[in-house]
Design a protein around this ligand. Structure first.
Ligand code: ATP
Ligand code: MG
Length: 587
């Protein structure tokens, strides 16, 4: 144990942690058993929607609150598990009545409204493939994804349709039905569409769930586009086994606890942990229909008595930037676990959690392709700030190097950086990249799935993120981790966020340039720039410190909140900017 570790908090009274001891849990875990624990038997059928909803209703718990939606005016709409079951059965009946066959793709382009959640669960219930599209996408990225996904049905609102879908409709040959949610009943229904509410009203509220099995495709998610063109990733109904197991082992969810996952359902986290996994555990989901706002978020955490909170580094850094006075406006006695995913979580941010909430953020690592959390800090284990934690029970994770002969070698040393590799065989592993079988095949080698992220693995089995394989920097023969440099910059009191890229250097090959976003109210002045440069040199040494620092008022980020280093690099070097469909910005 090092001086900077943060001890585990005691388990909630009367419940205990799902994972009480890491070694024991790892030794006794099997996916067969996890499947049985979820489904209650050895039936070969498996359907996500059934496991998320019906298992609670069948046990007489239909009155439990499944979700609470909070709108701009702070009005709440509550949906019970029984209600959710009826609503998604209705949508499944609508799809069947429209002649949509099993395996067809049903897409949504919706904000975080109840219809998005019932469409997802209804489509899965009918055996269709559900594809969420992020509501802020413009016409071009929508067109690409709807065509690539061969979507047959789209559910959207009248406003989104008019602005984004109508202009591209003529190109969507395979799209058979557009179902519209009308915000204003007085406005006419757009031509070539049908009204969602009307179809739902006349549909029966029970449905014989499609006889899907573990390997049937259930979900189509597009990746964030951080490293390039977004990929279409398919996950199967079997994913629910891993999403359920990790919801217990990592997020420690229990029935009727209040759980808030802040990720939008347009991305994999918002479906795997904003919908499926937590519902299988019987929790109450908090869904905030509004955009990020520090005061609003603190109020929701306090007033809704959130027990478990799953968020992202960008949001945490923005809360840090907004200042602790805002945190202190409320108390959070119900909040017992905070976790993060999506980007490297700086040690500074983990420790800020202790300052702000009396507890650390628990970093977790996974990808769209893995379908569920693979590496995590567990609530029953001490947290080493800056580390992503250890492999989830049932997951064999290592770091590998490519040998001279071209094969893969597992790295034993705690000092050597390598690529994260996972042994295939976990139930939420992706089943393909849409229309790109070569790329899928190329992700596997020597019996490992290669994740494309670099890390170190220490003697305790903890993983330390280094960077995306595309983002790491080679300078004077050293491999430099942008994450490490960014974390050092963040330790300066004026710095809110930082992004580091490699720029060509005649002697070293590459030198580092840092883009720095300052905390609210701090003026971007030359003496401060020099002070941050000095701070970086002191902490990192001249060889690793950035040669240049530039202030940035807003770092380019994907709509899912990840810093786009490839774009900073392209702009710096005057190269083509590549696919910008997921770049955050005005719609
Ligand atoms: P694309 O594949 O299109 O470039 P993406 O990889 O950002 O986009 P996602 O699947 O949403 O799309 O993100 C997964 C990636 O996010 C991981 O491969 C990793 O690089 C990063 N990531 C996720 N969690 C963590 C974490 N805890 N620490 C560091 N990086 C993380
Ligand atoms: Mg990726």
């Amino acid at each position: 144990m090092s001086a900077s570790t943060i001890p585990a908090r005691p388990a909630p009274r009367g419940l205990g942690y799902h994972l009480a001891d890491y070694a024991t849990a790892r030794a006794s875990f099997s996916w067969e058993q996890a499947r049985r624990a979820l489904t209650g038997g050895n039936d070969t059928r498996l359907n996500i929607s059934h496991e998320a909803v019906d298992r609670h209703v069948l046990r007489g718990n239909g009155a439990w609150l499944a979700a609470r939606f909070i709108d701009r005016a702070n009005r709440r709409v509550d949906v019970s598990y029984a209600q959710l079951q009826a609503d998604c059965a209705r949508f499944a009946n609508v799809l069947t009545a429209l002649g949509i066959a099993r395996g067809s793709v049903v897409a949504t382009l919706l904000g975080r409204m109840p219809e998005l959640y019932t469409s997802a669960l209804g489509a899965l219930r009918a055996g269709c493939v559900f594809c969420p599209l992020f509501f802020a996408f413009g016409p071009q990225p929508l067109k690409t994804r709807l065509i690539l996904g061969h979507a047959q049905v789209l559910v959207t609102t009248a406003t989104l349709y008019r602005r984004k879908v109508a202009p591209i409709r003529a190109a969507l040959n395979e799209l058979r039905h557009v179902l519209i949610i009308r915000e204003d009943p007085a406005e006419p229904l757009p031509e070539g569409t049908v009204e969602f509410a009307e179809l739902i009203r006349s549909a029966a509220d029970s449905y014989q769930t499609a006889a899907t099995g573990d390997s049937d495709v259930a979900l189509l998610h597009f990746t964030s586009g951080t490293t390039g063109m977004p990929k279409g990733v398919t996950l199967t109904h079997g994913a629910v086994i891993a999403q359920h197991a990790t919801s217990e082992l990592v997020l420690d969810l229990n029935p009727q606890e209040v759980f808030w996952c802040t990720a939008d359902p347009g991305w994999v986290t918002g479906i795997a942990y904003g919908l499926i996994g937590p519902l299988t555990c019987g929790v109450t989901l908090i869904v905030d229909r509004e955009e990020f706002d520090p005061q609003r978020w603190y109020r929701i955490l306090a007033e809704e008595r959130v027990n478990i909170w799953y968020t992202a580094p960008t949001a945490i850094r923005m809360l840090m930037k907004a200042g602790l006075e805002l945190t202190a406006a409320h108390e959070y006695p119900s909040l017992r676990l905070m976790a993060s995913v999506g980007e490297p979580l700086n040690a500074e941010a983990v420790r800020w959690g202790v300052q702000a909430f009396g507890q650390p953020f628990h970093d977790t690592w996974w990808q769209t392709e893995t379908g569920a959390i693979m590496i995590a800090n567990f609530p029953a284990c001490e947290v080493v700030p800056g580390s992503m934690g250890r492999a989830v029970p049932g997951i064999e994770a290592v770091v590998v190097r490519r040998s001279a002969a071209g094969g893969l070698e597992v790295i034993d040393s705690a000092d050597e950086v390598g690529e994260i590799a996972l042994r295939p065989g976990w139930p939420s592993m992706f089943s393909g990249y849409l229309d790109n079988p070569e790329r899928y095949r190329a992700s596997f080698r020597d019996g490992w799935y290669l994740a494309g992220d670099l890390a170190r693995r220490d003697r305790d089995g903890c993983f330390w993120f280094i960077g995306r394989a595309d983002d790491v920097i080679k300078s004077a023969g050293h491999l430099i981790s942008p994450f490490e440099v960014e974390s050092a910059l963040m330790q300066h009191p004026a710095v809110a966020q930082a992004a580091v890229i490699g720029i060509p250097d005649a002697i070293a090959g590459q030198a580092l340039k840092a883009f720095v976003e300052l905390k609210n109210g701090v003026p971007a002045e030359e003496p401060l720039r020099l002070a941050i440069l000095g701070h970086a040199r002191r902490l990192l040494g001249a060889a690793v410190a950035p040669r240049e620092i530039a202030f940035s008022s807003a770092l380019p980020r994907t709509r899912s909140g990840k810093i786009m280093r490839r774009l900073l690099r392209a702009r710096e070097l005057g190269l083509p900017e590549g696919d910008l469909s997921t770049l955050e910005g005005p719609e």
